[in-house]
Design a protein around this ligand. Sequence first.
Ligand code: GDP
Ligand code: MG
Length: 321
Amino acid sequence: MTAFRSGFAAVVGRPNVGKSTLVNTMVGTKVSITSPRPNTTRSQVRGVLDRPGAQVVFVDTPGLHKPRTALGQRMNESATSSLDDVDVVVAMVEASGAVGPGDRMVLTQSALRVRSMARAAALRTDPGPGAGAGDEPGRPALLVVVNKIDRVGGNGVLTHLTAVSSVVEGIDEEAGGPPTPVEYFPVSATSGEGVEALIEATVARMPEGPRYYPEGMVTDVAEAFWVADLVREELLHRVQDELPHSIACRVTEWEWPRVRCEILVERDSQKGIVIGRNGATLKEVGTAVRAQMPPGAYLELFVRVEKRWQQREDALDRLGF
Ligand code: GDP
Ligand code: MG
């Protein structure tokens, strides 16, 4: 059996290029966000893609959303190791219209960042010289997405691909050394054309790792992660002593105002603890969480026994248990 692969993919691009649409298409969610936003979203997670044997967590990287940041500063930042936290950068532009200054900045920042990630990865794992290009599976990569190809003809797509690749080539020329590990994907996020190739490339780049989020969790709704967190928090306030490290919460449906959240426990005995006498504990938790959600929320809580949680310390740590 091959090892589970997982990792993080940053999705960056100017506003309106189709980032949300693409992530929705990739993770296959039908969630519609019609809720008023809670003023704190704790998570930058946009969506989680589950494939057999693999999981990709798509995240926002606020730093890359501010193209007005000076390039020099960005180059400095891209040299710091904290930016090695993602495995893949998905940089999006749209095929309709020219490659503008905003797109250039996104591509430049992304390429610089991936170059620094690739360098760090090479230092960590390379047996020696000659393996520097970094385009093997499990290595950092820049995946450039040219979106909205449904809006332009084949020639328009080609012209655009040429334009974006010359931006990356320009960076390579200037920087010298191994070229940026990069692949290009013409897609239509709305029709889905080209998206499977992008997914496969992303999954192929993932290193070995744990399942970071429960399979089947609702995705692309920062609020869903937030609500799952609230449920876990309120529950732990009440039953912490009895349930060390053994519960996980995930929102499985988000049809505002109806939100369904599952509480996963390891054993039947724990299920009883979570529910409480005559359902009292669960009821209290529901009330406490609803009080923190926008008005009108209808929160359904379910408790499920899921035995494999106890074997996944790595995932539990990551989920903050
Ligand atoms: P974001 O700001 O980058 O997250 O962009 P959105 O995902 O919100 O999309 C912005 C607009 O572009 C929306 O109206 C989408 O419907 C539209 N859009 C996104 N992808 C495509 C596409 O592939 N083709 C077309 N024609 N429109 C798209
Ligand atoms: Mg968006």
